[in-house]
Design a protein around this ligand. Structure first.
Ligand SMILES: [Fe+2]
Length: 394
C-alpha cells in the first residue's frame, strides 16, 4: 500500500451521511484488509453496491482450463524429477480477452504465476477474491479501468491490482500483449524495511513515492457493462448488476491499484557481487519479488561480476527474462521463464563466469521470484518446456 488518497466527494467523517446536490443519499462501501484491522478504503456509491444477482459466469466468458482443474485453480501433481527447468512463454499462442487468456504456469500455496497474451478487452468486470495481482507488462499498453479510476499502463510496468478490486483491462488499439501475472494468495506489499516510522518510504529505499502512478478518478461512469465475474477459491461466479457498478462519487483510503515502472527501481552496486535480496522490490507471503534492471556492476578489480553458483536451500527461484544480454545464461531469451528448484545448485552457463571478470555494466532486465514453497508446473507449462535446459549447464 502507498499513502492515503482522497478523491471526489467524501463526507467529513466516516459513516455519516453523504448527499448529492439534490439531496440523494450516497452509499458507503468499506473495503478492508486483515478483517477490520488492516489498510482500508471507503468508496461512496450512488446506489446500494450489494444488490447484484448471481448468474452463470461461463455464459459470458471462457474459463481457462487450468483454472477448472481444481478448487484452488491449479492441479497438484506428483513431484517431477529434480531438474533445472525452462518454460518458453514466447511459444504460447495469443488470443481471447485478458481474463480468458490468463494461464497459470507455476504455482504453490502462496503464488500462482500466469502468462496472459490477450487480444481483446474484457467485456465484463473482474474481481479476484483470492489474492492480490501483480501484472508485469512485458509487452502491450492500454487502460486498467477500476472503481478507483483509470491507470494507463505500458511496457515494463508493474500493475498492482489489490484483492477485491472491480476492474477490467482495455488494450490500446492493435497493441500485442504479453503479461506475467503474479497472483499473491497471501497478499503483497512493498518491503517493510523500506518504510520509516511514519509509513513514508525511507530515503535509502530503492524507490520513492513519486516513482508510483496512482489512479485518475473522474467520477461515476457507465460503460453499459453490468456483468461481474468474481474468482474465489479458484472458482468463477457471475453476478449481474441492475446499473453500472462504476457509480463511485469519491473514495478515501490506502487500498487502491497503482503502477510501478520497473525502470524506476534504483539498483545498487557493491564492491563485489550483491545477492538478489538487494534487488528486492515487493514482498508476498512466501515470496520475494526482485527487479533486475540495467546497472553498473561490481567494482573490485578482480570481481567476478556474474552471479556465483549457489544452492538456495529453502527457495525455488524463478526468473522471467525481459530484455538485454543475459550474460550468465545460454538458450534463454525475452519471455523465457527459468525455474531453478531448491535441492540442486545452479549458476552461470559454461564460460560466463570467467568472461564476466572486468565487466563494467549489464543491460539485463528481468523479474525474479524466490519462493519458499516448491512450485509445481501446470499442464500448460509442460507444453512449452525446453527439455534440454538442465543438460545445457554441463
Ligand atoms: Fe539463482
Amino acid at each position: 500500500m502507498l499513502e492515503r488518497m482522497t478523491v471526489g466527494d467524501v463526507p467529513k467523517k466516516h459513516h455519516i451521511a453523504l448527499r448529492s446536490a439534490s439531496g440523494q443519499l450516497r452509499h458507503e462501501h468499506c473495503i478492508t484488509r486483515e478483517g477490520f484491522e488492516g489498510p482500508y478504503t471507503i468508496v461512496y456509491h450512488e446506489r446500494r453496491p450489494h444488490t447484484a444477482q448471481q448468474v452463470d459466469a461461463r455464459a459470458s466468458f471462457r474459463v481457462p482450463s487450468a483454472f477448472l482443474a481444481s478448487p484452488s485453480g491449479t492441479r497438484l501433481r506428483e513431484p517431477r524429477p529434480l531438474r533445472r527447468r525452462h518454460y518458453q512463454s514466447q511459444k504460447l499462442e495469443a488470443g481471447g480477452t485478458f481474463l480468458e487468456s490468463r494461464r497459470p504456469m507455476l504455482f504453490n500455496k502462496d503464488i500462482v504465476l500466469s502468462i496472459a497474451k490477450p487480444s481483446a478487452a474484457d467485456p465484463l468486470y473482474f474481481v479476484n477474491g483470492d489474492g492480490d495481482d501483480l501484472h508485469f507488462v512485458f509487452q502491450g499498453s492500454g487502460t486498467l479501468r477500476t472503481i478507483f479510476g483509470d491507470l494507463q499502463y505500458t511496457r515494463n510496468d508493474y500493475v498492482f491490482v489489490p484483492r477485491g478490486t472491480l476492474h477490467r483491462f482495455i488494450p490500446d488499439h492493435e497493441s500485442a500483449h504479453h503479461l506475467l501475472t503474479i497472483e499473491c494468495l497471501g497478499g503483497m506489499d512493498l518491503l517493510r524495511q523500506f518504510r520509516n516510522s511514519a509509513g513514508q518510504l525511507r530515503m535509502d529505499a530503492p524507490y520513492c513515492h513519486r516513482d508510483f502512478k496512482r489512479p485518475s478518478f473522474m467520477g461515476p461512469l457507465d460503460e453499459g457493462i453490468r456483468h461481474v465475474v468474481t474468482k474465489r477459491q479458484g472458482r468463477f461466479d457471475g453476478f449481474e448488476h441492475g446499473d453500472s457498478p462504476l457509480d463511485i462519487v469519491g473514495w478515501d483510503g490506502t487500498v487502491y491499484p497503482w503502477i510501478f515502472p520497473i525502470l524506476n527501481f534504483q539498483p545498487r552496486v557493491g564492491l563485489v557481487h550483491l545477492p538478489p535480496t538487494w534487488h528486492g522490490t515487493f514482498a508476498a507471503r512466501g515470496a520475494l519479488i526482485c527487479s533486475f534492471v540495467p546497472r553498473l556492476v561490481d567494482f573490485h578489480p578482480e570481481s567476478v561480476t556474474c552471479p556465483y553458483p549457489h544452492s538456495s536451500l529453502d527457495v525455488d527461484e524463478v526468473l522471467f527474462y525481459c530484455d538485454g544480454n543475459f550474460t550468465s545464461r545460454r538458450g534463454v531469451g525475452p519471455g523465457s521463464i527459468s525455474h531453478h528448484p531448491a535441492g540442486i545448485a545452479h549458476g552461470p552457463h559454461p564460460g560466463s563466469y570467467e568472461k564476466s571478470i572486468g565487466a563494467k555494466s549489464t543491460d539485463e532486465l528481468a523479474v525474479m521470484l524466490d519462493c519458499h514453497e516448491p512450485l509445481s508446473p501446470s499442464d500448460a507449462a509442460l507444453t512449452i518446456e525446453d527439455p534440454g535446459y538442465h543438460e545445457s549447464f554441463v
